[in-house]
Design a protein around this ligand. Sequence first.
Ligand code: NDP
Length: 484
Amino acid sequence: AVANIGVVGLAAMGASLSRNLARHGNTVAVFNRHYSRAQTLMTEHGSEGKFVPAQTLEEFVGSLTRPRTAIIMVKAGEPTDDMINALADLMEPGDIIVDAGNAYFKDTIRREQAIRARGLHFVGCGVSGGEEGALLGPSMMPGGTEESWRTLGPILKSIAAVAEGEPCVTHIGTDGAGHFVKMVHNGIEYADMQLIAESYDLMRRGLGLEPEAIAQVFEEWNKGDLNSYLVQITAEVLHHMDAKTGKPFIDIVTDQAGMKGTGTWTVQTALELGVPVTGIGEAVFARGLSSTPALRQEAEAKGLGGPQAEGAFAALAADPEERSAFIEDIRQALYASKIVAYAQGFNEMEEGAKVYGWTLDLGAIARIWRGGCIIRAKFLNRISDAYGSGEQFGSLLFDPFFKKAVEGAQDSWRRVVARAAQAGLPAPVFSSSLAYYDALRSRRLPAALIQGQRDLFGAHTYGRVDEPGAFHTLWAGDKSEIKA
Ligand code: NDP
């Protein structure tokens, strides 16, 4: 037994993670179902550190020092379950099995329970940053027991991204907490990406700017409040020219956004928890709508009437001052909507923690998202400050910094949403985020009317503003009120 950590599954993610571990002084046992991947890893990168390649799982487990710690990085779903069980059969009480794949947090809760019953530790660990992150430093969100964190913590800290001197990993909470938080991270990522896409659309179709000019706008934005990995790579994508046609790359890509399901999980879970995550929800639906080519073709064939979005802001575009002012409006709208999306995502984590019995340190979560992961951004420092202040608040929107930021941005935000609607440019996350903000601000909501309707057709009862209790009106009778 020589290796302090092992990795099972050596495709893109597992191979990169193994190399990262070895480069940081760990001795890494590596195993893959087909041995050829282990051989390739050794041939190409064996010199980067200490590896112990194993041909069988028995040999792999045998090479690990106690407590044996193995990270699984195989295909999500059944292959992961099979590998967990195979490892558990070979391990001993106190050993640690880590699933670093993209698991649904409820599967992680189930797996943790089963493995704990066998005296082993099971850690579901969210990993963000893709292949490059796994190699150069990901952001990691491990769940599981405190005891497993004592062994795993130093190892994960050795390979995590570093943001402002701190490793981007923290013990999130017990059982499925890590995968839950990774899921919400991905949901926020969907909203963030859709907001950037809506900003692009307003400038491209509305103002008629070329991709190159829009790339420069994003580069400018990246210097301020919006500084983030996603804004930075947006500029890179927009600068890129297609070698085959000489056209901007963005114009030759099919406009159908794919997804692997984590955004959908975030929304499903939010619905179950009763937390409105409208920004994330609209972002998932926008990808869904984009990926219905037949329906969209039919809509075009039917000529669904409406304003011509292309060049809708031509008059603004013609005046350099007005054009700059509108671009600044879009920036402000993006900032405000982004704050709403994060506020909603953090609400989902707060509620999830209550329901699933976790103690989540939201400030620490914001801090480990500052580096390595896809949503890394300067902005997360502010969220960390907000939750780190120790003050309890129901929404990030109530934090003095964010309250002021949204109040300052809202004139621009309203102009953008109104203009987009008038121009026939879809801006679902901009507009739903504003609707959420205004609903939250409203002293009275039309929900009162819904309660009236529900009581009339279904005797669902309602509350009164002037008296506690549940009431029902005898709608079909003399319309008198009874206490339910
Ligand atoms: P894949 O999801 O493509 O899975 C391929 C790996 O799984 C190979 O090592 C393969 O072994 C192994 N495998 C498949 N089926 C079985 C099985 N029945 N028994 C044993 N091993 C099996 O690999 P990735 O590296 O892309 O991703 C690994 C995990 O990380 C996934 O859960 C993914 O969702 C997650 N993830 C991926 C990210 C990414 O950017 N790609 C980001 C974050 C997480 P073999 O070579 O023998 O076929």
